[in-house]
Design a protein around this ligand. Structure first.
Ligand code: DC
Length: 232
């Protein structure tokens, strides 16, 4: 007698948005998640939190074993619209350029990437997830229903970051930001584990000449077309 196979529920749909620093993918991903009523994962924040945690405890950013231990036990939470490291609201602190630099360094350590893998996958919950990062479509959610690689020229990205910094009353040099952007892109692209690269099945979206609203619309339209194709 053939028994019916138990029904396993379909996993929640995932939209991945990968791309280089300051490409605007975070803003676009958050907006898409909110319009669809999906959860949102800012995976870069986890690498930033790991770097900040190492910096606070005086652990060298290239000490793979110790930084890996910090990542395993990372007391990180996202609540009330803020990012917390244990009891400390670090929403502002993790956005500092030094912490972004540190994040790019610890993100190259295989022990750190392994430590953060399950934590990232746990965000996949109904009704769906929009995940933003570097390896969301290639490593963390290879079965995502829609994958986007969102980029812009290094100059355009540096200019966006420059306006953000000046807007917050910080001083900044555009030339230094372009150089930083290129150095970080090179490190994120050249590392041996989970390098920054488009998934072969990703939509390539160059936003150099595009505003946020048009980019959000392009991602939503793409998701709708992938979703319709899946239901055929
Ligand atoms: O997206 P972001 O600028 O907050 O990311 C900070 C650093 O973390 C970035 O330089 C590369 C790294 N990162 C990564 O390696 N993999 C991810 N999925 C997200 C970020």
């Amino acid at each position: 007698m053939n028994l019916p196979l138990p029904l396993t529920p379909d996993p929640a749909p995932v939209i991945t948005i990968d791309g280089p620093s300051a490409s605007g993918k975070g803003t676009v991903a958050e907006r898409v998640a909110s319009l669809l009523g999906f959860h949102f994962l800012d995976s870069g924040a986890l690498y930033r939190l790991t770097a900040l945690s190492a910096m606070k405890s005086g652990v060298a950013l290239d000490d793979e074993a110790r930084v890996g231990e910090l990542a395993v036990a990372l007391p990180a939470t996202f609540r009330d619209g803020a990012v917390w490291l244990a009891d400390e609201n670090v929403s502002e602190a993790i956005r500092a350029e030094t912490v972004g630099e540190g994040a790019s360094k610890v993100a190259a350590l295989p022990a750190v990437r392994a430590a953060l893998l399950d934590r990232q996958r746990a965000y996949r919950q109904a009704p769906g997830l929009v995940a933003d990062g570097r390896d969301m479509g290639t490593v963390i959610f290879p079965d995502a229903v829609a994958k986007v690689f969102l980029t812009a020229s290094a100059e355009a990205r540096a200019e966006r970051r420059y306006k953000q910094l000046i807007g917050k009353g910080n001083s900044a040099s555009l030339a230094a930001l372009v150089a930083d952007m290129q150095a970080r892109d090179a490190r994120d692209t050249a590392r041996s584990v989970a390098p920054l690269k488009p998934a072969p099945d990703a939509l390539f979206l160059d936003t150099t000449e595009m505003d946020v609203e048009s980019a959000v619309r392009a991602v939503l339209d793409y998701y709708a077309s992938c979703d319709a194709r899946n239901k055929l």
